[in-house]
Design a protein around this ligand. Structure first.
Ligand SMILES: Cc1cc2nc3c(=O)[nH]c(=O)nc-3n(C[C@H](O)[C@H](O)[C@H](O)COP(=O)(O)O)c2cc1C
Length: 230
């Protein structure tokens, strides 16, 4: 197996493993994708200033985030459909976060529900990210569920007031619920490790993977919104 030593290696491994429609959903930007390169440049412009001869033999990145002690100032950001990348992906992320002693933020649009994440990753510092639904009552019910599962930190996303325009999602026919099309079928079959390791594992256990927290009555409406996925 190829060694995965940096983010570029992981990206390349993901490109080979995942169906193209899923990879592009994760990898690409919106509209003409200008913000992607601006973001890349702004991240590259950050420089770390090393401090020498300070008398500290041991490095210690421990800090408090929103009153919670963490090993370092790194938080696993909410990513919709992480459970499509790997079977039970959100639980795996939460277990990794628990090992690293950092918070993990579970998305409203996760495949695995917040309760399953809590049960599958004891000891993890789990946060929840909310996309507010038009039906405030449904959002309230979701938040009550989240609170009942023991989560006390809420991240409210406010920068998606409209559905992002992602043309490749439309071209690839990528939408939730996943749809059966010839193109999607060929895409999946060309990535057998994903087909057997993720899709068929869901299909033979819990059924077609979808947004775990969305109420049933949303399912029909979602299917028309091809670019709803962030
Ligand atoms: C594939 C993908 C899915 C995402 N899903 C969500 C989401 O469900 N909720 C949310 O608030 N942010 C979501 N985000 C935004 C990330 O949490 C994060 O804020 C964003 O990627 C910026 O961080 P970065 O520069 O480290 O990528 C998503 C980002 C990506 C790339």
């Amino acid at each position: 197996m190829r060694q995965l030593l940096n983010a570029r290696d992981y990206r390349e491994a993901a490109r080979r493993r995942l169906p193209r429609s899923l990879f592009e959903y994760i990898d690409r930007g919106t509209e003409d994708e200008l913000a992607l390169s601006v973001l890349r440049r702004s991240l590259d412009a950050i420089q770390l200033m090393p401090r020498m001869l300070t008398g500290h033999a041991e490095r210690d990145l421990k800090t408090l985030v929103l009153g919670q002690q963490t090993a370092m100032l790194v938080i696993i950001a909410p990513t919709a459909l992480a459970g499509l990348v790997s079977h039970g992906g959100e639980v795996k992320l939460a277990r990794a976060a628990a090992r690293a002693n950092i918070p993990v933020c579970i998305s409203t649009q996760s495949v695995t529900t917040i309760e399953e994440v809590r049960d599958g990753a004891p000891g993890a510092l789990v946060w929840f990210q909310l996309y507010m639904w038009k039906d405030r009552n449904l959002s309230r019910q979701l938040l009550e569920r989240v609170a009942a599962s023991g989560v006390t930190t809420l991240v409210l996303t406010v920068d998606t007031p409209v559905i992002p325009r992602r043309e490749y999602n439309v071209r690839n026919g990528f939408s939730i619920p996943l749809r059966y099309t010839v193109r999607a079928g060929v895409d999946v079959m060309m990535h057998p490790r994903w087909m057997f390791g993720v899709l068929l594992r869901y299909l033979t256990t819990t059924g077609m993977p979808t947004y775990g927290h969305y109420p049933k009555e949303f399912a029909a409406r979602l299917s028309g919104l091809r670019s709803r996925t962030r």
